[in-house]
Structure formats: C-alpha cells, structure tokens
Design a protein around this ligand. Structure first.
Ligand SMILES: Nc1ncnc2c1ncn2[C@@H]1O[C@H](COP(=O)(O)OP(=O)(O)O)[C@@H](O)[C@H]1O
Ligand SMILES: [Mg+2]
Length: 463
C-alpha cells in the first residue's frame, strides 16, 4: 500500500513547467508557470539536489514560489516543474513516539515506520453546526491548571509568556501527565538545542511514548515552519478521526505567525498591523479553528504566544486572545521568585470552566481567586507592615493562608498532581479559607493537603 502511494507520488508530476526568472529575498519568481497556489514544485538545480518549493503568489506573468530548503545553487533559467497540487502527509499509529519534520519524515535517527494513511495539510475545521458542545474535563496533571483554569476536551487555550518563564517545562508536564490519549507537540521556530532539551528533559522517554513531536527549527525556511504547524494539526486530526482524545501543544504560535509574515511579505503583500500582512490574520484562525471536538474525538489545543518585552498589546497576542477559549498567563515576576509553574491565576482565564465543572469546584476556585485578588490589592501595604489586621476579613484570610495557597499553586516538574486529586485539594483549601477572622487556617489545617479542617459550606457568604 505504502509502496503504491510512493509510486503515485512519483507519477503525479505533470507537464506544467517554468523557468527561474529572479529572486527577491526568499521569494523566487518563476516565468511561464501556471501552477496553483499551495502546489509543490521542484527546481532542477544544475548542481546538487533539486529544490522543493511551494507556490505562494501569482503576479501577471510570474508565479512566486517559496523554498522548502536551502536556495544555494539556484540559477536564472533553472527549470521548475510541478510536483503535486495538494499538500498532505502520511499518518498512522507508527508516528507515536517519533520525532518528525514538517513533511512527516522521521528525524530521530531510527528507521521509518510504516504509515499507510494520508491526510491533508489544509483540512477545513469541523463545521460549526457539527461540533458537539464541550462538556468533559481534560485533566492535565498540572494542579493549577486542573483546579483553577479547568479545560474541556476540545478547548483551545493560549499560553502567554515571555522567554525563560517556564513555558517548555509546563507544556512538557502537560504532555506527560495529560488524560488525553495522544499528545501532538509542534515545536516551531525554536533553536535546535532547545528542541533536544525539550525531548530529552521536559518530555522524557515516558512522555514521548504516547506523543508525536513535529519540529521545524528557526533556521529552516519560513514555509517549512508554517508547514510544521499545519502538519502537527493534521496529525492531531488523524488521531481525532479515529476516536481519540488528543492534546495538541504548539510552541509557538507566534513563530508560526512570524513565518507566515515572511512568506506574505515575500509574495508582495503589504505590511498592515505592525509589519504583519493581512494573510497572517487570516492564517491564525484557520489553524486554531481546526482543534476542537467532533463526533469522533477531540483536539484540545494549547498554543504558546510570546509576549516580547512584556507587551500584551503585541498584535499577534492581541489577535490570538480573541480566537481562543481562554488564556494562561505566565508571569516573569512569579518565575523570578521561584514560583513554578509561574501561572498568574488572576490574569488567566478558562472561558469554558463554568460549563464543565461542578458548582462546588467552581465556588472553591472563585473563593481562591477572591483571596488572591485581595492579597494583590493590599500587597504594598502588607509588605511594608502598614496593613492593620482586622481591617478586611478576606485580606486577613489571604495573609494567614498565603503559604498554603502558594504551595497549592506550585508544582515540581516531576510531580503529577492527578486531575481529580487537584480539584479535591482545591475544595479542601477553599474550605479552610472560609474560616472566620482570628482563626489561623495554617494552624487549623496543617499542610495544604491536610485533612484536619472541618468541611464548611463551600459557597462563601461574601460572593
Ligand atoms: N515547574 C517548575 N519547577 C521548577 N523550575 C521550573 C519549573 N518550570 C520552569 N522552571 C525553571 O525555569 C527555567 C526555564 O523554563 P523553560 O520552560 O525552559 O522556559 P521557556 O520555555 O519559557 O523559555 C527552567 O530551566 C527551570 O529552571
Ligand atoms: Mg522554551
């Protein structure tokens, strides 16, 4: 079967041909080449191997193609030939535990697996009317996420963070501990060293076993980085189509957008919002809309977004926020204090949490939020010793329960909090935090996992 498909690929080349006319930056202009947009073509270099390219633009007499490899050795007049009009990759269970490139080819040094199905890189998203409602929780094994930012199967979340605040570690923990059947991890535009570190340290052997890692490093052409994001999505779709629940982790969506910007500008598009051409803002929803539920299975997507110099109004961050069902904000301030995962709960939100959690869980999460907010609002006073105990009941509880709450929100990378267990701990913590002023919850409950506190009604009177 695979052999047949291989042959089919070889016989597909048609008679559409053209010649290299000139290059503009990373774009190659080809004369007399009526190939359709999205098609893959091949430039026959006089020396070296042929260069694969993708059609990205059409002007009056030229077709603009974007390279899928190094352009060294391309000459004016080189022949360009259409290879295939569709974009697809091979998929199958043989991908599990493997590291592949944007073309679905294994790059982990082990022999290739047999993959006998093909899937389109450009599949349309599940149609709006056929998307079942998101109703089940997807446990991630990261306590702060499961308890405070509960996600549903099929939900799409943004992970907003600067560099070095613990994004890779967090994504690795989710991939390892998730209750999903399969994790598909797209590493887009990272440095090669970071990729190896992620696979060896953050994901580890255990995590890799039920994951597929799709990689396009920063030194690869923009077209390849864009394709890798699509390939990862297509691989996730192929598992979903077979009834599985998939966790799709994309790091980062910003690098995908930047690659799309390079392509758009090279194809002659005008820059619009802060240097980003319109095609970028068309490509983003097209990609993230493909996650979600179908009747068969689900793709829960976590897309990381880089917020450079802590500028939340950055155009990509801004556009992505509107596309997703929630966001997790990683704070540099927390990370610098050694508070990991550095999730700033008050700045983060899972929009679907109310519809998938129990009233008890939701009320407990709201209570902890309220306490965190009270502490934040009075932090300056507290830190200089100017806060007068008794002035505000919630602040009193916040001060007394500070260590317990922080211990609850933090988690070491090698620790799996278990989805349900994290929620039970949250409810217990919220109960402890209902205590009237004057009673020190730390004394009452011992550790945050302690069981000595008497459960009290979970809905706070002041909510
Ligand atoms: N849960 C955690 N527990 C302890 N340290 C962590 C945790 N998450 C991140 N770190 C620390 O933060 C560093 C940077 O994390 P990393 O995930 O590589 O950041 P990013 O991917 O955002 O650049 C790690 O090397 C580690 O020292
Ligand atoms: Mg990283």
């Amino acid at each position: 079967m695979t052999e047949l498909l291989n042959q089919l690929e070889r016989v597909m080349p048609t008679e559409i041909k053209g010649r290299v006319a000139r290059t503009v930056g990373m774009a190659i202009h080809v004369n007399g080449f009526p190939a359709p947009l999205g098609a893959t073509a091949m430039i026959q270099r006089e020396t070296g191997s042929p260069l694969f390219v993708e059609v990205v633009g059409i002007q009056e007499n030229t077709t603009i193609v974007s390279p899928l490899g190094s352009t060294t050795g391309v000459r004016r007049g080189d022949q360009v030939r259409l290879v295939k009009t569709g974009r697809w990759i091979r998929v199958g269970d043989g991908l599990l535990g493997r590291v592949v490139n944007a073309f679905g080819e294994v790059i982990d040094g082990h022999p290739a697996s047999t993959l006998n199905r093909r899937t389109d890189l450009d599949s349309p998203p599940p149609s709006a009317v056929n998307r079942p409602r998101i109703s089940e929780i997807l446990p991630t094994g990261v306590r702060v996420m499961d308890a405070m930012l509960t996600c549903g199967r099929g939900q799409r979340m943004g992970v907003f963070a600067g560099s070095g605040v613990g994004k890779s570690v967090l994504l690795g923990m989710m991939a390892r501990y998730t209750g999903a059947d399969v994790s598909v991890i797209a590493l887009i535009g990272e440095r090669g060293r970071e990729v190896n570190e992620f696979i060896e340290n953050e994901l580890g052997e255990e995590g890799l076993k039920r994951s597929v890692v799709v990689v396009a490093t920063s030194d690869e052409p923009a077209q390849v980085r864009v394709r890798a994001a699509m390939a990862a999505t297509a691989i996730a779709e192929s598992f979903r189509a077979r009834g599985q629940h998939v966790l799709l982790l994309m790091d980062s969506l910003t690098r995908f957008a930047q690659a799309q910007r390079e392509i758009g500008l090279a194809a002659g598009e005008p820059p619009a919002t802060r240097g980003y051409p319109p095609s970028v803002f068309a490509a983003l929803p097209k990609l993230v809309e493909r996650a979600g539920c179908t009747k068969q299975g689900s793709i829960t997507g976590f897309y990381s977004v880089l917020v450079e110099a802590d500028d939340p109004q950055e155009p990509i961050a801004d556009a992505v926020r509107g596309l997703l069902d929630g966001h997790t904000w990683l704070s540099r301030g927390l990370a610098s204090r050694g508070h990991y995962p550095a999730v700033d709960v008050l700045e983060s939100l899972s929009r679907l949490m109310p519809q998938i959690t129990t009233p008890e869980h939701l009320a407990a999460a709201r209570r902890i939020r309220e306490i965190l907010a009270a502490y934040r609002d009075h932090e300056d006073l507290i830190s200089i010793g100017a806060y007068r105990p008794g002035a505000n009941t919630t602040v009193d509880v916040a001060i007394a329960a500070r260590d317990q709450i922080n211990a609850f929100l933090q988690q070491a990378p090698e620790q799996n909090s278990g989805g349900q267990q994290g929620i039970a701990q949250l409810i217990q913590l919220a109960n402890v935090c209902q205590l009237p002023t004057g009673v020190n919850p730390a004394v009452q409950a011992g550790a945050h996992q302690g069981v000595s506190a008497t459960p009290r009604p979970t809905v706070a009177t002041n909510q």
